[in-house]
Design a protein around this ligand. Structure first.
Ligand code: NDP
Length: 264
């Protein structure tokens, strides 16, 4: 049974950072539901290969284009190329993100710029370029990707935590500025998800045990776990929702899991 409330078929969806991990799973989720998807990554050839694989797996239409969001001069031409080919952009999923873990005292200017230029600067200028198009076409939906750092910051990832906190505020400010143009801006804050970005960390048994003990649903997340929230935020089902951060984290941000069951 199909439900018009959650229908994304026919939408033109741009997944910025869709070659791997969460972005790729979201691209496949949209593509398999009839959306025409454009995935991007830093290298055009990698994006083209990913797009072909996504289209085949989903049985739909997916195209790959290169766009390094840290090189902001590449963003305008990307948006122009999509609009020229497809006429509009209905949904932006702004996923491209990187991290470098180390103590704050050891963070170099290169570390700081690498993370912030992609996660915040790149995300903002992508949102802005697509937002202008959405305003011109009379509406659209943007989905930013936040983090559990928007619930509580973690040590050893200062540039990342700061960039995601900023993306949270960016989500709210854009929602307020663009609501009158029928452009909705929301965010998904994933919990701990097993991807290239995180697999080394979560291969550590001590980290696995800590996650199991602190996540009510008692597992790591899969990239696919983000699909329900993304389809919801891109569809009519969320028509009266903007400026919100939706935590999809197995309940991690619900509260503090103290070991009361072992103490009494
Ligand atoms: P991955 O490392 O698996 O994938 C990152 C994606 O971003 C790739 O498609 C990569 O493409 C793209 N990318 C990286 N830098 C750039 C850039 N400068 N320009 C364009 N694309 C870029 O990471 P995840 O899937 O784990 O993370 C995706 C998002 O989710 C990030 O924003 C991350 O912060 C966030 N997140 C992840 C969590 C997790 O536990 N994994 C938890 C919370 C948030 P390519 O290499 O082809 O350029």
């Amino acid at each position: 049974m199909s439900d018009a409330l959650f229908d994304v078929s026919g939408q033109i969806v741009l997944v910025s950072g869709g070659t791997r991990g969460i972005g790729r799973a979201l691209a496949e989720g949209f593509c398999s539901r009839g959306a025409v998807v454009v995935v991007t990554g830093r290298e055009a050839a990698v994006a083209e290969t990913a797009a072909a694989e996504i289209a085949q797996a989903a049985g739909g239409k997916c195209f790959g284009l290169g766009c390094d969001v840290a090189q902001t001069s590449q963003i305008g031409p990307l948006v122009a190329a999509i609009v020229e080919r497809h006429g509009r952009i209905d949904t932006l999923v702004n996923v491209a993100g990187v991290n470098r873990r180390k103590p704050a005292a050891d963070v170099t200017e290169d570390d700081f710029d690498f993370v912030v230029d992609t996660n915040l600067r790149g995300a903002f200028f992508m949102s802005q370029a697509v937002g202008k198009q959405m305003i011109a076409q009379g509406g659209g939906a943007q989905i930013q990707i936040c983090s559990l750092n928007n619930y509580g910051p973690l040590p050893w990832v200062l540039p990342y935590a700061a960039s995601k906190a900023a993306v949270g505020h960016m989500t709210r400010v854009l929602a307020m500025e663009w609501g009158k143009h029928n452009v909705r801006v929301n965010a998904i804050a994933p919990g701990y998800i097993l991807t290239d970005l995180s697999k080394k960390l979560w291969s550590n048994p001590m980290m696995q045990e800590w996650n199991t003990n602190n996540t009510p649903l008692r597992r790591l997340g899969n990239p696919d776990d983000m699909n329900g929230a993304a389809i919801f935020l891109a569809s009519k089902a969320s028509a009266f929702m903007t400026g919100q951060i939706v935590f999809v984290d197995g309940g991690f941000s619900a509260g503090i899991m103290w070991p009361i069951d072992k103490a009494v």
